[in-house]
Design a protein around this ligand. Sequence first.
Ligand SMILES: [Zn+2]
Length: 111
Amino acid sequence: MKKLFKCSVCGFIFEGEAAPEKCPKCGVGPDKFEELSSEAAEKIYRSDKTNAIHMEIITLSEKIIALSKEGIEDNLDPKCVAAFNQAKNEAWIIKQRSKTELAGHMNLGKW
Ligand SMILES: [Zn+2]
């Protein structure tokens, strides 16, 4: 059965039957890895999908911001520009809310 090992130097989480010969992120040896408890491992697996959804929302928000900027630049009429400005500001809030949530997950080991 696969287990999770955490690099004590950089925090990389490795999945395998034993710690890796070399950390894929920072290059240290297996003596720098600690096996995660089943509770800690469960948090990581359980939050994987939600973290991916937040990252997708961040990507989509960035697309809305870029499209809004194009619309503002096109400058069809003041109401249209106002709508694009509002969309840009709302997308920023959506993006930052998901980024904040992800930062919270990282602090709680849900990453
Ligand atoms: Zn490392």
